[in-house]
Ligand binder design. Structure first.
Ligand SMILES: [Zn+2]
Length: 75
């Protein structure tokens, strides 16, 4: 079994970030949110309604999978 020249050598990591949407329970408006690496630290701020500043919101899109697709490509 050959172990030289592993797959990882030519692998490319493709990460696709999906923007999410939240709906405000107070005013009913939808706020589009985008996830950035830095936002993970201040996650709560992401889910604030940008119209009325309420944090009483629900996620309607992008709930579970922020990272949509990780694909390994080899030559
Ligand atoms: Zn609102």
């Amino acid at each position: 079994m050959a172990t030289t020249g592993t797959i990882a050598e030519g692998a490319k990591l493709n990460m696709q970030v999906t923007p999410g949407e939240i709906q405000c329970n107070k005013c009913g408006k939808i706020t589009t949110i985008s996830f950035k690496e830095t936002d993970a630290l201040t996650g709560l701020l992401l889910f604030k309604c940008k119209f009325c500043d309420s944090t009483d919101t629900k996620i309607i899109k992008g709930k579970s999978a922020i990272v949509k697709n990780i694909k390994i490509e080899t030559d």
